[in-house]
Ligand binder design. Structure first.
Ligand SMILES: CCCCCCCCCCC/C=C/C(=O)SCCNC(=O)CCNC(=O)[C@H](O)C(C)(C)COP(=O)(O)OP(=O)(O)OC[C@H]1O[C@@H](n2cnc3c(N)ncnc32)[C@H](O)[C@@H]1OP(=O)(O)O
Ligand SMILES: Cc1cc2nc3c(=O)[nH]c(=O)nc-3n(C[C@H](O)[C@H](O)[C@H](O)COP(=O)(O)OP(=O)(O)OC[C@H]3O[C@@H](n4cnc5c(N)ncnc54)[C@H](O)[C@@H]3O)c2cc1C
Length: 629
């Protein structure tokens, strides 16, 4: 199979997707009903699935074509098959045993089986161990009895479950021999393959409108003592034998593997959304002129206001920096997964810790950045047709799904404080936490030296982690563990974020140092890195004084330095966003097209409003009449 890099995939898709007979003609969906939107997005998602199949793509390629850059074009309101592709199929591949894979995957790939990942319940999402759907094994019939004890245990949220999927991987509490065995995955048929009607004992439907991504087709699901054959528990890790005896998995959290994968995919993908938003805001900021005319008689381009530069340019730098670290995480995930499949789980705890904090850091940074970029476009950024509201809705969902960010940061913090206290297995060579067991890097801070900034970011991470580890340790002597932990929650979250920031900047430092093909490119990467670092310091000045070794004078110098760097970056803003290589049809924004013809496009989109069809819409008279009664 030919492996393509990210840009080549895009080029490849440029011809394949943008010219595909079922995909090339897009419709504006803003005025469609909920059902019309679903039909439109589902038919495009299906065409995309067929295309992926025809092209014979591997997991890396699929992740790229499923990326928001492309899926925002194919399924602008959310892909009802996203969870099928990103979670259901990977769960079968990684958690089903070989027999099960050969039993199901043919039907998955020929489209007979369409699935979802059904974990979250109405009353439990975060605390997975608290899920209440049960799967009780009966050795006499060799079946599991799947049951929802009450409405609060209804599955709620799974993507594609609403009206699309006919199967689900259901995460349920396993009982064998009368013993609870924890959460395990079960392959369950929920709708008839021919009629698509719910099967006996199944109650299923769609949960209703959301902030965005309304055609993800999120659903609910309840079981009334549904019998599932023994062979339908996914058995690559744990096993239930015919007599009901139970074999434990090689790693306690093996069944959480799909979540780790999806966190990595979300981190990588949210940067795509930021790139689109940054391109829109950059292009609009040079087209838009407003204010007292200058010497040349023209009103200034808004990007020449220093405040606008601060709203836009650091986020372009962030696109480059976050892309590098999330791509690195993706590679690391591939490596660790193959080790785990071979039985070696040593690297899993750190992968889990890193995936948690990068997913949280990236989705938080990107959603804040996209909102700042939307605001940088003034009133027009509030229009749906700018695309910025939908990009925000997409990025901010990433802060909640696949593990709410605070909760994930606490998972990272748990790993970090154990490392700092020496109570975890020592980190492997190349680990991202070795800095915790070494003396702090005392490179003196100097404005203009990226290495000095990276060292300061490291001191903040180290200081934050060691301080909270000590506080926790002290509290543990005087109160129960849960109270001690709760007493430090805010500082634990800050420590995990600081660690994530250090991970990100070290990865980019490596990218800059390894770039050798062109001096000009290296200089540009250095400039982007300097902007990212100076902005990071300006966002957390207190931390850099408290832990990073910076003085109030350094902080003042950094503020001026950042503004100078922004002025230096400004002439490169358009080439830097053009380099994301996003065709207009993928950007799909009135404000962000390459030719800058913003105002004509805005008028053109207004012509689609159904309220403009008649000079006086009938609804006006009807409503006025009612108000007079
Ligand atoms: C490229 C294109 C892609 C674009 C994709 C976009 C579309 C995607 C659509 C997304 C749809 C969304 C789907 C979902 O949201 S699915 C539901 C996701 N749900 C969650 O993420 C729930 C979050 N909660 C949890 O994961 C767990 O409950 C939590 C980890 C918080 C706690 O678990 P638990 O209580 O069981 O464990 P403990 O805290 O007690 O920890 C015990 C030890 O286990 C370690 N641990 C925990 N998880 C893992 C793991 N996954 N791997 C390895 N190890 C793990 C933990 O660190 C503890 O270790 P120590 O005892 O050594 O400290
Ligand atoms: C668009 C979308 C798509 C989704 N798709 C799927 C899907 O396909 N399949 C699926 O199974 N699920 C899906 N989900 C569900 C999603 O995974 C959960 O909503 C998510 O994991 C958060 O869990 P929760 O809703 O229980 O939040 P809660 O845990 O109730 O969070 C509420 C607040 O409580 C805080 N909190 C909770 N526990 C702790 C703690 N231990 N310490 C400190 N603070 C805490 C949180 O930080 C947060 O501020 C989806 C959700 C969304 C929004």
């Amino acid at each position: 199979m030919v492996s393509r890099n990210r840009s080549q995939v895009k080029d490849h898709l440029g011809s394949k997707v943008l010219n595909h007979p079922e995909l090339r003609n897009t419709k504006a969906t803003e005025y469609m009903s909920h059902e019309e939107k679903y039909r439109y997005n589902l038919s495009r998602a299906t065409a995309m699935l067929k295309l992926i199949d025809e092209e014979g793509m591997d997991v890396n390629e699929i992740s790229k074509v499923m990326s928001h850059t492309v899926s925002g074009f194919t399924t602008p309101d959310g892909n009802p098959l996203a969870v099928h592709q990103v979670m259901f199929v990977p769960t079968l591949m990684n958690q089903a045993d070989d027999d099960q894979v050969s039993r199901w995957l043919g039907d998955v790939f020929n489209g007979t089986i369409v699935g979802t990942y059904a974990q979250t319940e109405l009353s439990h999402g975060t605390f997975v161990r608290g899920l209440r759907t049960t799967a009780t094994y009966d050795p006499a019939s060799r079946t599991f009895d799947l049951h929802t004890p009450d409405v609060s245990a209804a599955k709620w949220w799974p993507g594609g479950l609403g009206t699309t999927a006919n199967h689900a991987v259901v995460m349920a509490q396993l009982y064998t021999d009368g013993q609870p065995r924890g959460i395990h995955p079960f392959m369950v048929a929920i709708r008839d393959r021919e009629t698509h009607r719910p099967l006996p004992g199944i109650t299923v439907g769609e949960i209703g409108p959301k902030l965005g991504q309304n055609t993800l087709n999120n659903g609910y699901l309840l079981f009334d003592h549904v019998k599932v054959p023994r062979e339908n528990m996914l058995m690559r890790n744990a096993r239930v034998n015919e007599d009901g005896s139970y074999t434990k998995p090689s790693h306690q959290k093996a069944s959480y593997g799909t979540m780790v994968f999806t966190r990595v995919a979300i981190a990588l993908d949210t940067v795509d959304a930021l790139q689109i938003a940054a391109t829109i805001a950059a292009r609009y900021s040079i087209v838009r002129r407003q204010g007292e005319p200058r010497d040349d008689g023209q009103e200034p381009q808004i990007i020449d206001y220093q405040t606008q530069q601060l709203k836009v340019l650091p986020h372009i730098a962030a696109c480059y920096v976050l892309r590098a670290s999330t791509a690195r995480l993706w590679e690391h995930h591939t490596h660790v997964t193959s080790e785990v499949r071979g039985g070696d789980t040593a690297l899993l705890p750190e992968l889990h810790a890193t995936a948690c904090c990068l997913k949280a850091l990236v989705t938080q940074d990107c959603s804040e950045a996209i909102e700042a970029l939307r605001l940088s476009c003034g009133g027009h950024g509030y229009m749906t047709a700018s695309r910025l509201p939908a990009l925000y809705a997409y990025a901010t969902a990433g802060a909640t799904y696949e593990g709410e960010n605070t909760v994930l940061l606490l998972q990272t913090a748990r790993y970090l404080v154990k490392q700092a206290g020496g109570s975890h297995a020592p980190p492997a060579a190349g680990s991202a936490v070795t800095y915790l067991s070494r003396p702090a890097d005392d490179t003196p801070f100097a404005v203009g030296s990226p290495a000095a900034y990276v060292a300061a970011v490291g001191r903040v991470a180290r200081g934050r982690v060691t301080e909270v580890a000590a506080a926790l340790q002290a509290d543990r002597q005087t109160m129960p563990e849960a109270d001690a932990w709760n007493q430090s929650l805010v500082q634990l979250v800050a420590a995990a974020l600081a660690h994530g920031r250090y991970f990100v900047v070290r990865e980019f430092a490596e990218v800059v140092s390894q770039q050798s093909s062109s001096r000009a490119i290296q200089q540009m990467l250095q400039l982007l890195f300097s902007v990212y670092l100076a902005h990071a310091v300006s966002r957390a000045e207190g931390d850099f004084i408290t832990y990073g070794g910076l003085t109030p004078s350094d902080i003042r110098l950094n503020r001026r330095h950042l503004l100078r760097l922004l002025a230096e970056l400004r002439p490169h803003m358009i080439p830097l966003t053009d380099a994301f290589d996003l065709p207009d049809r993928l950007i799909n924004s009135t404000l962000g097209a390459w030719d800058g013809d913003v105002y004509r496009r805005m008028f053109e989109q207004a012509s689609h409003s159904p309220l403009n069809t008649d000079e006086v819409p009938a609804s006006f008279h009807q409503a006025m009449l009612r108000s007079k009664l």
